[in-house]
Design a protein around this ligand. Structure first.
Ligand code: PMP
Length: 351
């Protein structure tokens, strides 16, 4: 430990992002990127905006983008908060909304950034185990808390929570903020956005990284009633009032408006997921029911570490997690059909 570190920094267990190796020909199925690329209209918008106007600061409120998102979801711009990736939106959410005197609840297994934020911001968290089928059991959340955060579909399991259950959670906890992290919702999940007008305690977080294939751009957003959004804006303006650069703002606005591109790419991912599940099943994998752009699967007789290493030798990269309960599961992002076929043929060689 460095003599200059604070207690908090010493205790941090930073989130470890998936590898981004630069290996030519690599089939990269480890970080849930979308293989079909961003909307061509969004790329064109970047080209048009990349000029001398970059000497000017961007709109700190990202007004045009917020208006485009609001129109897309049937909300007002005051009900939209923008951040530099949904990770940043989530960080601001943890800073702004979580009551430090009451615990935060989230599932165990879930997105491993949540415990990191809790350590960083000194928030007491209670991890609620998922059941034997890795499902979230609502009755286990029946306890006093300041907030609840659940990814829907959950990560890295891919399992979705029906909207009726999300609503039951909101109704049961009117004094707690319920954050639904919908990073993967467009691949078959049920969005909680229609519940926003009814529940002032609901915050929905989404990203352009997955269904809009813009992980490199770093744009995420939160949707909720004005009171929650105002809290996030206060935190943002106390931290960095320019979270989104000019190019990201124009590109994200064009991407949100390009509904046709979005529909085509998410449908292709859903179709490829279905056929990959069939292939993995035939290879003796146990596969959790996924509503996301990845599958979470373990082989009935071979260890996850062994498969990960053997796939890597064949230039196919998938993701493994250290948590003992899920240590044998491979999280496989849905690539193009050709990439999925390369994964399957590598597995056939190995097994
Ligand atoms: N939430 C969940 C559940 C995720 O898996 C991810 C991606 N790692 C994120 C949020 C963050 O995505 P981004 O910061 O790219 O918007």
């Amino acid at each position: 430990m460095s003599r200059y570190w604070s207690d908090i920094v010493s205790k941090l267990r930073p989130y470890v992002a998936g590898e981004q190796p630069r290996i030519p020909g690599l089939v990269k199925l480890n970080t849930n990127e979308n293989p079909y690329g961003p909307s061509p209209k969004a790329l064109e918008a970047i080209g048009q905006a990349a000029d001398e106007r970059l000497r000017l600061y961007p709109d700190p409120a990202a007004t045009e983008l917020r208006e485009a998102i609001a129109a897309r979801f049937g909300l007002t711009a005051e009900e939209v908060f923008i951040g530099n990736g949904s990770d940043e939106v989530l960080a601001h959410t943890f800073q702004a909304l979580l009551k430090h005197d009451l615990p935060l609840l989230y599932p165990d297994v879930t997105y491993s950034f949540y415990p990191t934020y809790c350590l960083l911001y000194g928030i007491e968290a209670i991890e609620i185990p998922v059941d034997e089928q890795f499902r979230i059991k609502l009755s286990d959340y029946d306890r006093s808390c300041g907030a609840i955060i659940i990814p829907n579909p959950n990560a890295p399991t891919g399992i979705g929570l029906p909207l009726a259950e999300v609503e039951a959670l909101l109704a049961a906890h009117p004094d707690a903020v319920v954050v639904i992290d919908e990073a993967y919702v467009d691949f078959g999940g049920e969005s909680a956005v229609p519940l926003i007008s009814k529940y002032p305690n609901l915050l929905v977080v989404q990203t352009l990284s997955k269904s809009r294939s813009f992980a490199g751009l770093r744009v995420g957003f939160a949707l909720g009633q004005r009171d929650l959004i105002e809290a996030l804006a206060r935190v943002k303006d106390s931290f960095n009032s320019y979270p989104l650069d000019r190019l990201a703002q124009v590109a994200a606005t064009a991407a949100i408006k390009d509904e046709a591109w979005f529909e085509t790419s998410r449908r292709k991912v859903i179709a490829s997921r279905k056929s990959l599940v069939g292939e993995l099943d035939a290879l003796d994998f146990e596969i959790l029911p996924s509503q996301a752009n990845f599958v979470f699967a373990r082989h009935k007789s071979r260890s996850g570490a062994e498969l990960l290493a053997a796939l890597r030798e064949r230039a196919v990269l998938v993701r493994l997690f250290a948590k003992p309960r899920i240590a044998d599961f491979l999280r496989i992002s849905i690539g193009t059909d050709e990439e999925c076929a390369r994964l399957v043929s590598a597995l056939k060689e190995i097994l």
